[in-house]
Design a protein around this ligand. Structure first.
Ligand code: BGC
Length: 742
């Protein structure tokens, strides 16, 4: 392997360390030159026009005179054949190679479970494996970039895209997003991490301004990005639609220049979201490196900014030539360092969809969370008759809508057309993995019948005579529309209550985009959170119900007892949602600016808010049952520069299972007692087996942000348990005073 390639690989792993270097004309043709010289040579040889070509991309569907080799997908940046620069072929997203509303007719791919379900696995290896799988499919379909890595925190539980993201904790979300992106990029292709930052609701996403104090932002949403970027080393960061502290994220000097490129030393390139640019000079000077999907900017913002407007701004000295060179250098460094620059353009490759479905199934099996299991109702033991009710469980499993929508292998089991203004862009699609068929296979001796649940009388009639009733309850979410409330829609609460009233063995399987309220909780025997479970979701659900899979998922997000418990009991911008009489409303295109006040909870997102207000949720963050129990003991904690904690976990049940001991620190932050997840481990244990595990906290989790990460000298309490607020074991350690760079 040439020296150039090996240095390139080092640069991929350390994109942050690949410097622009001195200008060196013509080095680009020397394939043995280190990446930085190579890129500097390329930039030195480019015309002004060629540089501009690389800083604005298209949305192929709307591209005028679209060349034949452009794939109809999320984005395309043309190449420069004269310099051997290949085009950038971008596809969404984190859950697989998407094909929103079937734009590439019948181009199918393997759909992973939702991001929240991945987060519920708490498993970095599963995150990597999913990323590696979808990245492999993307490359086999000739894409060289995935617009993946959504890591916006779950501040707003009604967020229409909550299902794409990874929950409410910066460490959990950041670690898993990082591993997922590392998996994608292990295929020699590129990935984003998005949407930077604080795009935590869809309603009014193009106009709202997020109000948040710097320390609060750094300790919450920004920390999730920081950890994800450190772990995943993405080639690019995609900006958020909204404003943050006054400026749009795409032209936010503080976010892009100060935090991302300055404090964090990010050396990749910053791309806009689609239809998300508002200026040329301001955005370029604030750190935006590339305008994406310019045709969408023409729709929403009436113009393309990083073409003629940017040229004019450079001409007028509003933007420097150096800045343009920096934009192009950042982009080309990623192409060269990843090997994309040197690879001849590839053809379509075979994909082993059967093998890939097992990756999705494993993720689903580990991400299902058993929330309730009265008198060990599950696994069902030898039922003779099972009534399956609702959720289209006869044909498939639900998925989330919008740009992340994958067209599944085998074709959708069912599509329900969405109505409303965003309807051309979203559809309610069911993946062809029927829970009914999977349950029939899992219980070959049982009579299993289905009722669609729309008629309470026939549903309860069926449930009445059965040994067990399994109700599939669903809640569809999609990009560009938030949920108006956390209640299950379409009278499903009444359906569950009615079934539970006639069948004492009622199991509820939730296929939802996030937490939902459960007024019927105490009348049912068992509840499974099955999120949107992807390509083999039906099989994973059946495995848990039959007991071939011992549930091990843990909630990555708090389930509140009521919306009154939330920092914002009413969704900001809800008036716009309600003004639309259509139930399927696109609320992302609101025109009237408004403010969302994240200073209400500050850094106390999710379980931290519940702890600070002494509120009891319906199910806490980290919660999840298993078919057996674990014993925790022998906690030892040491302090100093950070906290290191060791415990012993023992499986005291009769089955093999996975324990997820979670370590929380309790420390004063700006005078207020604050709880933070500082580590966890997934421990697979055979019956009777025990293991010792040790975690070392990222010291930033023990700090308050104040220009840097400041750790105060003093005691910190560490508790270990099975969910936030569970202090099975507690000990304390003494920290030394310390400041860490931002
Ligand atoms: C979404 C992005 C996506 C882009 C391209 C936007 O609407 O916010 O997440 O990557 O479209 O499809």
């Amino acid at each position: 392997m040439s020296r150039h390639i090996s240095i390139s690989l080092v640069c991929v792993a350390l994109l942050a360390a690949c410097d622009g270097g001195p200008e060196n004309k013509n080095v680009w043709s020397d394939k043995t030159a280190p990446t930085f010289k190579h890129v500097a040579g390329l930039v030195a040889d480019m015309t002004h026009e060629e540089k501009i070509t690389l800083v604005h991309g298209s949305f192929p569907k709307l591209m005028p005179n679209r060349p034949a080799d452009v794939i109809i997908a999320a984005g395309h940046v043309p190449g420069i054949p004269r310099l051997g620069i290949p085009p950038l072929r971008e596809t969404d997203a984190s859950l697989g190679v998407s094909n929103t509303t079937n734009s590439r007719v019948d181009d199918v791919a393997t759909p992973l479970p939702s991001g929240l379900m991945l987060a519920a696995t708490w498993d970095p290896q599963i995150a990597f494996a999913g990323g590696a799988m979808i990245g492999n499919e993307a490359r086999a379909k000739r894409f060289n970039m995935m617009l993946a890595g959504g890591v916006n925190l779950g501040r707003e539980l009604r967020n229409g895209r909550l299902f794409e993201y990874l929950g409410e904790d910066p460490l959990l979300a950041g670690a898993l997003a990082g591993e997922h992106v590392r998996g994608i990029q292990s295929n020699g292709i590129l990935s984003t991490i998005k949407h930077f930052a604080l795009n935590d609701q869809e309603t009014g996403r193009r106009v709202l301004n997020v109000k948040i104090d710097e320390a609060a932002a750094r300790e919450s949403d920004l920390l999730a990005f920081q950890i994800a970027i450190e772990r995943g080393k993405p080639a690019s960061i995609m900006t958020a639609y909204n404003r943050v502290r006054g400026d749009f994220a795409s032209e936010n000097d503080w976010l892009l220049n100060k935090v991302l490129k300055g404090d964090w030393g990010f050396r990749g390139w910053v791309m806009s979201d689609w239809g998300n640019v508002h200026s040329a000079a301001k955005a370029a000077n604030a750190g935006l490196d590339q305008e994406s999907g310019e045709e969408v900017d023409v729709i929403f913002n009436k113009q393309v900014f990083f073409n003629d407007q940017l040229k004019a701004a450079i001409q007028n000295n509003e933007v420097s030539q150096d800045r343009l060179n920096d934009m192009v250098t950042r982009y080309l460094t990623a192409l060269v360092a990843s090997g994309i620059y040197d690879r001849p353009e590839e053809g379509l490759k075979e994909i082993d969809y059967t093998a890939n479905a097992t990756v999705a199934q494993r993720e689903a099996e580990h991400g299902i969370v058993l929330l309730r299991n009265e008198r060990n109702a599950l696994p069902l033991s030898t039922p003779k008759t099972i009534a399956i009710i609702g959720g289209h469980a006869d044909v498939g499993v639900l998925s989330g809508g919008g740009s992340s929508q994958v067209r599944p292998v085998g074709g959708p089991a069912l599509i329900i057309k969405a109505a409303g203004p965003g309807a051309s862009f979203v559809e309610r699609l069911y993946h062809p993995s029927s829970p009914l068929k999977a349950l029939q296979a899992a219980f070959p001796g049982a009579t299993i019948t289905y009722n669609d649940g729309t008629d309470l009388i026939s549903a309860t009639e069926l449930a009445k005579g059965a040994d067990a009733a399994v109700v599939f309850a669903e809640e569809w979410r999609a990009e560009a529309r938030d949920a108006a409330s956390l209640s299950l829609p379409d009278n499903q609460d009444a359906l569950i209550a009615a079934v539970a009233a006639v069948n004492k063995q009622t199991v509820v399987v939730l296929e939802t985009g996030g937490p939902v309220l459960m007024p019927w909780l105490h009348s049912v025997q068992a509840v499974l959170a099955a999120w949107y479970p992807g390509a083999r979701g039906g099989e994973a659900i059946a495995g848990v119900i039959a007991g071939t899979v011992n549930p091990s998922g843990r909630l990555p997000i708090t389930f509140p007892a009521s919306e009154a418990q939330l920092p914002r009991p009413v969704l900001d911008g809800l008036a716009a949602v309600m003004a639309n009489t259509d139930k399927d409303h696109d609320t992302s295109n609101e025109q009237v600016p408004f403010e969302v006040d994240y200073d209400i909870e500050g850094a106390d997102v999710g379980y931290k808010w519940f702890a600070s207000k002494n509120l009891k949720p319906l199910f806490p963050f980290g919660y999840g049952l298993s078919y057996n129990t674990f014993d925790y003991g022998n906690l030892r904690v040491t302090g100093g520069e950070t906290v290191t904690a060791t415990i012993e976990v023992r499986n005291i049940g009769a089955r093999a299972g996975i324990a997820t001991p979670q370590f929380y620190a309790m420390l004063p932050v700006r005078g207020a007692p604050t709880v933070r997840l500082i580590g966890w481990e997934r421990v697979a244990l055979a019956p009777g087996e025990s293991k010792e595990i040790t975690i070392t906290a990222d010291p930033r989790l023990l700090a308050a942000f104040d220009a840097g990460w400041k750790i105060a000298a003093g005691d910190v309490a560490v508790s270990v348990g099975e969910f936030a607020g569970d202090s099975k074991l507690t000990a304390s350690a003494t920290l030394a005073e310390r400041t860490i760079k931002p």
